[in-house]
Design a protein around this ligand. Structure first.
Ligand SMILES: [Fe+2]
Ligand SMILES: [Fe+2]
Length: 325
């Protein structure tokens, strides 16, 4: 598979002087809001060029390679803790295998929530618009990703790691009642931290080729999702009613808290022969882990700060999540 050029989701979209959409002329702290249709047209062009069918693109039958990791060791939850130092190399690799499966399961949970949010977002909008056509394209992407992650879990002979029943129910409520800006904030939270990790995973030669292939496809296709969500959220934080902006601050803070707890499923520890309670306590106390999570969230939290999501109660909840220092 030849690596496609990696579009940078964080570069600002070209600011066009002749924007002519519904937000024509509106400005926020970062300048003129991009015209929705122009952004969507560009993303549709990118999707036409850089979309992959994981079933044919990746070699699913290739044997797994002995001694290779399933996730970079530094990104494994227990890395650097006293427990980690007591573990054999084999057990560490086994933990990376289970954490990769747990993150793939979490990814599928996010994607299914996102698909529903996107369907709700476009429900009352003209299907002929580029904005809606792009949203439909993104739903297609997420369908392929969820199938790809599911196949990766099965290929690694690892279990399906659902989030806890409580989080499942919180997700059920959230995806039903969340307003549009709240939805896009949650989307970005789910996408950007995993994306940051995956950008470190796909070029890493210590990692299994299949995991590298899966993460590369995901990073490339996810770049446009991040762009779409950022542009839409920035627009929404200017145009949404004040109560909705405040609701976004609080729900996204609460989602950040849930996210930071649910990030690694604690079932992975007993499944590789470790004491669950002790492992969870060591991960919580790990300065390395805190730094990994904060670094992974930084580009997002800086952006959310700029557009006014990280204020008041919302900011306190983000602090409590440990994702903002
Ligand atoms: Fe995805
Ligand atoms: Fe996505």
């Amino acid at each position: 598979m030849t690596p496609p050029t990696d579009p940078d989701p964080h570069a600002p979209a070209r600011a066009d002087a002749d924007a002519s959409g519904a937000v024509d002329g509106l400005r926020d702290a970062l300048g003129l809001l991009k015209d929705r249709e122009q952004v969507a047209e560009r993303l549709l062009a990118s999707a036409a060029k850089h979309s992959f069918d994981p079933d044919t693109e990746l070699d699913w039958d290739a044997p797994l390679e002995d001694g290779k990791w399933f996730w970079p060791p530094e990104l494994v939850s227990l890395y650097g803790t006293p427990m980690w130092h007591r573990m054999s190399e084999e057990q560490r690799i086994l933990l990376s295998r289970h954490e990769a499966a747990a993150l793939a399961s979490l990814g599928i949970w996010f994607e299914i929530i996102l698909m529903q949010l996107l369907v709700r977002h476009i429900y009352d909008k003209a299907a002929t618009s580029a904005h809606v056509r792009y949203a439909l394209t993104e739903i297609e992407d997420e369908c392929r990703h969820s199938k790809m992650f599911a196949r990766l879990i099965a290929r690694g002979d690892t279990p399906w790691y659902p989030v806890s029943r409580t989080h499942q129910n919180l997700g059920r409520l959230f995806k039903t009642v969340s307003t549009t800006p709240g939805s896009f904030t949650a989307t970005l939270l789910g996408e950007e931290v995993l994306d940051w990790m995956q950008r470190l995973t796909f070029p890493d030669e210590r990692v299994q080729p299949l995991v590298r292939g899966v993460t590369r496809i995901h990073v490339v296709e996810e770049a446009r999702h991040v762009r779409y969500a950022r542009e839409e959220l920035r627009r929404q934080m200017v145009t949404a009613p004040r109560w909705s902006q405040e609701f976004t601050r609080v729900t996204s803070g609460e989602f950040a808290r849930v996210f930071s707890v649910a990030f690694v499923n604690p079932e992975v520890y007993p499944n590789v022969g470790l004491d669950r309670r002790e492992a969870v306590a060591q991960v919580r106390a790990s300065g390395h882990r805190r730094e990994v999570m904060q670094t992974g969230a930084r580009r997002l939290t800086e952006f959310l700060d700029e557009i006014g999501v990280l204020r008041g109660v919302g900011r306190r909840l983000w602090r409590a999540s440990g994702l903002v220092g």
